[in-house]
Design a protein around this ligand. Structure first.
Ligand code: PLP
Length: 441
C-alpha cells in the first residue's frame, strides 16, 4: 500500500528475514546457498524456494496449535504456491491441502496428499470439479451458496455417494486488509450469509441425502496482520455453532480458513501463537475438529525472485530496470504491495545508497517493484533478490509480452534442483496454431 512511512533499513530487512544473510564474497545466502551462484547457473529471472524454510514454518505453525492442545488439521492453501515439490514437502510435514479448483485438486493428489486431507473451497466450482471431488471422496467440500448446495447434493446422489461438506459462512466482517484480498464482508462474493445459515443447516441435515454436513468454514481475507478480525470472525462462528446445537443440529468440524499475514515491510505481523490463542479462546471449548488453511504465511518467506539489472536509466528519477517484470511477480502492480529488494553481492556499506525506482521491462506503467527506495547502489549486470516471493508469485505468473515462464529452483540443505525448467520461446510458440485458411490462402 502506498504510504509515506519510511522504508525499513537493509539491516532491519535482514533481521526480519532470518533465512537470509550476507556472507562476504558469497554475497546473499539463503539457508546456506549463495543466491548469486544460482542466478549465474540458471539465468534470470528465476525463482528460488527453500524447502528448509518451508519446513521450519510448517513446524512452527503446528507447534503453535499443539502448545495450546488444539485439535487442528492444517491444510496448505495450494493457490499460494502450487508446485508439487512444495506440496510434497508440506505433506511430509503432515499438512493436507486446501484447493480451489479441479486442477489444484489433481495437483494435491499427484503430490501424494491423501484425499481425506483435502478441503475444496471456492465460489464457482463447476459440475465437473464437484464430481471429481465426490469421486475421490475428499475430506470436505466448503459450500459457498444454496445453489451450489443443491447442485452438489444432486451430483452426489447421481454418483451414489455422500459428499462431506461444510458451509462457508460469510460473517460480514472487514478483514482490515487490502480491499482486493478481503473476502468476509457481506458485499464480497464469498460464503453463505451468516443469518441464513441456521435454517439452511437444518434443512440440509434433515432432508438432503447426497451430502453429509459436518460443520462451518470461514475465511476472512488474506495478509491479515491484526488480531481483531480473526477474533470477531471466530466469535461469530462460535455463536452460530451454539445456535445450531441448541436447535439439536450436529456440528463436528470448524474450518478457520487462512489469512495470517507476514511482515513484507515493517508490519507488526503476529506470530502463529496469536492465531492459536484466538482460536483457543473463541472455539477451544466447542469440542470440534478444527482446521486451518494457511497459504501466504508458510510459503511467502520461503521464496525469492532473482533478477539482473538490465540498465540504470537516469531521467527525472533514477530507474533501475531489472529483467523480472509484473508478468513474473504481479503483486506490486495488482495489490500495491511492497517487497524487500536486496542486492546479491555484499554491499560495501549497508546504510548508504541511492534513491531509485526499481522497474520491470513490461510495457505497462504499473510494472514497478519499488518507488523512491533507498538501495545500495546498483549498476548494469548486478543481481538482486525480491523477497517474500514464495506465495502468490509463480502461481500468478503469465507470459505477457511473450516472456517465457521463468525457471524455479528448490534448495534443500546442500542439495538443489531445477523444479521447473525455464520455458523456451519455441514452447511458447508451439502451443499456438494458425488456421490453415490463413496460413495457405
Ligand atoms: C486464499 C485462501 C486461503 C489462504 O489464504 P492466505 O492468506 O494465503 O493464508 C485459505 N482459504 C481459502 C478459502 C482461500 O481462498
Amino acid at each position: 500500500m502506498t504510504s509515506t512511512r519510511p522504508d525499513p533499513t537493509l539491516q532491519s530487512l535482514l533481521n526480519s528475514h532470518p533465512n537470509l544473510s550476507y556472507e562476504g564474497s558469497k554475497g546473499l545466502v539463503m539457508e546456506g546457498t549463495p543466491l548469486a551462484d544460482l542466478a549465474r547457473q540458471h539465468g534470470t529471472p528465476c525463482w528460488v524456494i527453500s524447502a528448509d524454510t518451508l519446513r521450519r514454518r510448517a513446524r512452527a505453525l503446528k507447534d503453535a496449535f499443539e502448545a495450546k492442545n488444539l485439535p487442528v488439521h492444517c491444510h496448505f492453501a495450494v493457490k499460494a504456491q502450487d508446485h508439487q515439490a512444495c506440496l510434497t514437502v508440506l505433506a511430509q510435514c503432515g499438512f493436507g491441502a486446501d484447493v480451489v479448483s479441479g486442477g489444484e485438486l489433481r495437483r494435491a493428489l499427484a503430490a501424494g496428499i491423501r484425499a481425506q486431507d483435502i478441503v475444496f473451497s471456492g465460489i464457482g466450482k463447476t459440475d465437473e470439479e464437484l464430481e471429481l471431488a465426490i469421486h475421490h471422496q475428499i475430506g470436505q467440500i466448503n459450500v459457498e451458496s444454496v445453489e451450489e448446495l443443491h447442485r452438489l447434493d444432486a451430483l452426489a446422489r447421481k454418483l451414489e455417494r455422500r459428499a462431506r461438506i461444510a458451509f462457508r459462512v460469510n460473517p460480514d466482517i472487514d478483514a482490515q486488509t487490502h480491499s482486493k484480498i478481503t473476502t468476509g464482508r457481506a458485499e464480497d462474493k464469498f460464503g453463505i450469509a451468516h443469518d441464513t445459515v441456521p435454517a439452511l443447516y437444518r434443512k440440509t441435515q434433515t432432508d438432503m441425502t447426497g451430502v453429509e454436513l459436518i460443520g462451518l468454514a470461514v475465511h476472512l481475507g488474506s495478509q491479515m496482520v491484526t488480531e481483531a478480525p480473526f477474533r470477531r470472525g471466530y466469535e461469530r462462528i462460535a455463536s452460530l455453532v451454539r445456535t445450531l446445537r441448541a436447535d439439536g443440529l450436529h456440528v463436528s468440524d470448524i474450518d478457520c480458513g487462512g489469512g495470517l499475514g507476514i511482515a513484507y515491510r515493517d508490519e507488526k505481523a503476529p506470530p502463529p501463537s496469536m492465531l492459536a490463542e484466538v482460536i483457543a479462546e473463541t472455539l477451544g471449548d466447542l469440542n470440534v475438529q478444527l482446521h486451518v488453511e494457511p497459504g501466504r504465511w508458510l510459503a511467502a518467506p520461503s521464496g525469492v525472485l532473482l533478477a539482473r539489472v538490465i540498465d540504470v536509466k537516469e531521467a527525472a528519477r533514477r530507474f533501475v530496470i531489472i529483467d523480472a517484470g509484473m508478468n513474473e511477480l504481479v503483486r506490486p502492480a495488482m495489490y500495491d504491495s511492497w517487497h524487500g529488494i536486496l542486492p546479491l553481492h555484499t554491499p560495501e556499506d549497508t546504510t548508504a545508497g541511492d534513491v531509485v525506482d526499481v522497474v520491470g521491462p513490461i510495457c505497462e506503467s504499473s510494472d514497478i517493484f519499488a518507488r523512491q527506495r533507498r538501495l545500495p547502489s546498483l549498476k548494469k549486470g548486478d543481481l538482486v533478490a525480491l523477497l517474500d516471493a514464495g506465495a502468490y508469485g509463480t502461481v500468478m505468473s503469465s507470459t505477457y509480452n511473450s516472456r517465457p515462464l521463468a525457471a524455479q529452483i528448490m534448495i534443500d540443505g546442500d542439495r538443489q534442483a531445477v523444479i521447473r525448467r525455464r520455458q523456451t520461446l519455441d514452447e511458447l510458440l508451439a502451443q499456438e496454431a494458425v488456421p490453415d485458411w490463413l496460413a495457405h490462402p
